[in-house]
Every structure is written in structure tokens, then in C-alpha cells.
Design a protein around this ligand. Structure first.
Ligand SMILES: Cc1cc2nc3c(=O)[nH]c(=O)nc-3n(C[C@H](O)[C@H](O)[C@H](O)COP(=O)(O)OP(=O)(O)OC[C@H]3O[C@@H](n4cnc5c(N)ncnc54)[C@H](O)[C@@H]3O)c2cc1C
Length: 457
């Protein structure tokens, strides 16, 4: 419970409707899509930057922790109020402030759902490239704070590549602006990049200017299957290594394909050991040329079948299968742990072998799903947290997967972030001096450590 004087100050700012402290509602804000839980003392729904600033002035004066929250779809525990205090939920700040296709930018509030932005841009012939699997329910603020990626980020890059400017409320309540509306801007430190991926530990983003791009003339989609997972992974490494740059190269192993078919029956070939969902876009000529080059490469690696989407309906079906790939694992066991170690693309075959070796050693039910073209793996382990012995094996397996990724010049996270899930593993990929530098920045910006405390920094 917050001190009653603090509560009064906060209610004065937002009113009673947007200040929640009933236990049954707080519970809904105590978890994300990871496994940890921690109860906040209050959830507040701001409507304006000024309100956020006033809330932060109260919080900093009283030393109450503040954890930002978008839609709570993080899979690393990032929006969990680890040290209780206030959850500041941005879901009511969800407006598109301006769409300017002539200058190729949009200005949005942080609570806007990514998919709503895509739907607003599509009729104008534009899109916002970052497309996390959660795009229909995650927010732009969450995408920025976790520097989200997605299938088409192989060609187009991740969220940070599209953030031109932002308005931020600092721990003290001070309002600052970084960047601008310009595609090119090297005026001072690049703070917009620093805030992308900062997981709400440096400031609260209340307005974002994003670069948008015109839709390509055409898109072509292929589903390629293999009778050997190693060949599937080698094909990815070879296509990318040969200089072709598809929009997406999504890998699914046999367990993933079958989990999808068991749940949603979209006609994926159950017998395949590995499959690649590959998309190219651009002019018709460029797409035809790239498609032919890709077909040649995957055939060299023993592709068993190649299905080309004939129309939008086919394309939607293939992508529906891929987007279902996370949720369908819930049928296999009560808990799913999904990580996102990332390795250089030439090491994708080694990393997949390692994942199988480790999960096999610990006798775990595991599938592999990957944004394989950029080396971003999602090993998914299905287990039961209440089975302590099994859960110890899960934890050991993940530690070894992180160690294996680090030994292959990889990293802990390609897109999901560190949050609570991976903080203890940071030393595997970041030396002490680099971690100290990160702490130095955090201490300078948030000296009382009230912004999302208890996380990776
Ligand atoms: C089925 C499924 C599929 C997914 N697929 C992908 C994928 O393909 N790629 C990918 O990258 N991720 C994926 N994710 C993870 C998750 O959806 C993304 O990380 C997403 O960006 C989180 O957005 P959110 O609105 O849910 O943020 P939340 O989970 O609510 O918060 C995430 C972080 O952002 C901070 N934050 C939120 N708003 C603000 C703000 N205004 N200012 C400062 N900090 C803020 C929070 O404090 C927290 O640290 C997936 C998750 C699920 C459940």
C-alpha cells in the first residue's frame, strides 16, 4: 500500500477512476508473458505527458518505484514491478497524433497498438516495418522500450532503426525531447537509440516520432520443407551468405510444425523435420530474380517441397501458422519458456545443434522456432513449473544455451530484452567495465533508482 498522502497526491492528478489499488485488479498487472509475478501497490493510467510528469514528481519526492507498462506482452519480466510501487500503464495514451507520408513519419502516443498503426498506414500505401509476433496486441511504447523486432526485420531492421524522435519524462518529472522529425539528425548524443531497449529504466516515453516506409510493389512467399533440420539451417546460412536479402526467413522444426497443426490445422506438412517460411519483396523483376536464386539454394540443400503462395489468402494462411507458433505450445505443458539467443547467421546450424544436444541431455520437450535469417533463435521449452525436478533441468538447460550462444560469438537476446529473465547472465556477454558504464548512465539519469528498479542495471 502506498502512503495515504502519496495516494492523495496521485489521485489529485489523475482522479479516482484512473488510480487503481483494488487487489483483484492489481493482480492483472502483476505479471507479463514470462513466469515471475510481483504485485504493484497501485496502477495508474495517465492521459497526458503533463500528468506523467506530475506523477513522477510525486514518486521522486517520496521515493516510490515506477514501472512503465504497455500491453504486458514482454516475455522477460520487463514490466513487472519487481520492487512494487506504481505501475504506470500507457494503454489510454493510444492516439495517432499525426501521419505525414510526404515527410515519411508518424507521431504517436506510446500506448498505440502496433497493429493499429499498420492498419492506419496501409490504405495510404505505407507501413511501419517492425512486426513483432505480438503486433496485434503490443504497444509502440513497449516496442521502443524493448527495441522489438519481428520476421521482416531481417531486411528492414528493428524498432531503433525507425525512431526519429521522442518525448520523455525523466525520473525527476522533467520533460525532455530527443531527436526530431528528420531522417538525418546528428545533433548531439543519439539519445533516441539509448532509450530504445532501455526497458523503462531511464525514462518514460510519452510521444514517439517514427519513420515509415512505402509498401513494396509486390511480395512473394515460399514455404520450403526439408527432411533434415541441419540442412534447413545450412540453407539459411547459405542464402544469406550468398548476398540475397529476403524480407523474412523463419525456421520451424518438426515439433513446432506439429504443435501448430494440432491446434489450428493450417495444412503444414507434419512429416517435415524443418521448414522455412521465406518472403521477398520489391519490384516484380527483383522478386522473381531473388525467388529463383533462393529456390536454387534451398534445392542444393535438399529441399523436399517448395510451396509458393498464389494469392493473399495463401500468404495469410502461412503467416497465421507462423504467428500461432508460440501460443500453440501452451497445449503441450502448463509453462512455456521461450528464449531468444542470437548468433551470427553462419553459426545458425551450430546453435541449433547445440539447442537439441542440451535439451536432449536434460530430457526436455523443446521446439525450435527462429527468425533464422538474422540468427535469432527461439528455443521453446514446455514444462511444468510445479515439478521442481523438471524445472531444475529447464534452468540448467537454459544456462547452457546462453553459454553456448556466447561461445559462438552470439548474444543473450535478439529482441525480447533482458528484464528479470536474463539479468544474471549478462556477464556472459558483457564485461565488468561495460556493465559499470551502463550503471554510470543509470545513476546519472535516475540517481534514486525509482524507474523500473530490480532489473538488468
Ligand atoms: C505471442 C508473442 C509473440 C511475440 N513476438 C515477438 C517478436 O516477434 N518480436 C519481439 O521483439 N517481441 C515479441 N514478443 C515480446 C513482446 O510482445 C514485445 O517485447 C513487445 O515489444 C512488448 O510490448 P508491450 O506493449 O507488451 O510492452 P510491455 O510488456 O508492457 O513492456 C515492455 C517494457 O517496456 C517498458 N515500457 C512500456 N511502455 C513504456 C513507455 N511508454 N516508456 C518507457 N518504457 C515503457 C516496460 O517498463 C517494460 O520494460 C512476443 C510476445 C508474445 C506474447
Amino acid at each position: 500500500m502506498l502512503d495515504s498522502a502519496v495516494k492523495n497526491d496521485l489521485v489529485t492528478i489523475v482522479g479516482e477512476d484512473r488510480y487503481i489499488d483494488q487487489i483483484e485488479i492489481l493482480t492483472c498487472y502483476s505479471y507479463d508473458s514470462f513466469l515471475e509475478e510481483s504485485m504493484p501497490d497501485a496502477v495508474i493510467f495517465p492521459l497526458t505527458t503533463e500528468e506523467v510528469s506530475e506523477i513522477m514528481q510525486v514518486a521522486s519526492k517520496s521515493g516510490v518505484p515506477v514501472t512503465a507498462r504497455g500491453a504486458g506482452t514482454s516475455v522477460c519480466g520487463a514490466p513487472i514491478a519487481a520492487e512494487h510501487g506504481i505501475v504506470l500503464c500507457f494503454s489510454k495514451m493510444d492516439k495517432i497524433i499525426d501521419i505525414n507520408t510526404r515527410d515519411r513519419h508518424v507521431i504517436v502516443q506510446p500506448g498505440l497498438i502496433n497493429g493499429d498503426l499498420q492498419r492506419a498506414l496501409a490504405p495510404l500505401g505505407f507501413f511501419f516495418p517492425p512486426d513483432p509476433g505480438s503486433m496485434n496486441f503490443s504497444t509502440i511504447g513497449g516496442n521502443v522500450a524493448l527495441n522489438a523486432g519481428g520476421p521482416r526485420c531481417l531486411k528492414y531492421g528493428v524498432t531503433v532503426d525507425y525512431v526519429l524522435g521522442m518525448q520523455v519524462v525523466l525520473a525527476s518529472g522533467k520533460i525532455v525531447r530527443f531527436g526530431s522529425k528528420n531522417i538525418k539528425d546528428v545533433t548531439g548524443y543519439n539519445f533516441t537509440s539509448l532509450f530504445c531497449g532501455s526497458e523503462g529504466t531511464l525514462g518514460l516515453v510519452t510521444e514517439i516520432t517514427l519513420r515509415v516506409v512505402p509498401q513494396p510493389e509486390t511480395t512473394q512467399t515460399l514455404l520450403v520443407t526439408f527432411d533434415n533440420l541441419d540442412n534447413t539451417a545450412q540453407a539459411v546460412s547459405d542464402v544469406i551468405g550468398s548476398g540475397i536479402l529476403p524480407v523474412s526467413m523463419e525456421l520451424m522444426d518438426k515439433m513446432t510444425i506439429n504443435a501448430i497443426e494440432d491446434s489450428v490445422q493450417l495444412g503444414l506438412p507434419r512429416e517435415a523435420e524443418g521448414s522455412l517460411l521465406i518472403e521477398v519483396d520489391g519490384s516484380r523483376e527483383a522478386c522473381d530474380r531473388e525467388r529463383e536464386q533462393i529456390i536454387e539454394k534451398v534445392q542444393e540443400h535438399g529441399a523436399v517441397s517448395i510451396e509458393e503462395a498464389q494469392n493473399q489468402e495463401d500468404r495469410d494462411r502461412l503467416w497465421a501458422a507462423r504467428r500461432a507458433a508460440y501460443g500453440v505450445f501452451a497445449k503441450i505443458a502448463p509453462d512455456i519458456l521461450s528464449e531468444d539467443v542470437t548468433v551470427p547467421v553462419s553459426k545458425v546450424p551450430d546453435m541449433i545443434r547445440k539447442i537439441y544436444e542440451i535439451t536432449g541431455k536434460y530430457n526436455l520437450k523443446a521446439g525450435v522456432l527462429a527468425h533464422a535469417g538474422d540468427g535469432n533463435m527461439h528455443p521453446l521449452i514446455c514444462a511444468d513449473r510445479t515439478n521442481t525436478i523438471e524445472w531444475m533441468r529447464v534452468e540448467k538447460a537454459f544456462r547452457e544455451i546462453f553459454v553456448a550462444a556466447a561461445s559462438l560469438d552470439g548474444t543473450l537476446s535478439g529482441e525480447h530484452g533482458i528484464g528479470l529473465a536474463k539479468a544474471e547472465f549478462l556477464p556472459l556477454v558483457m564485461d565488468q567495465n561495460s556493465r559499470d558504464f551502463m550503471s554510470l548512465i543509470k545513476n546519472a539519469v535516475d540517481p534514486d533508482n525509482i524507474l523500473n528498479p530490480g532489473k538488468f542495471v
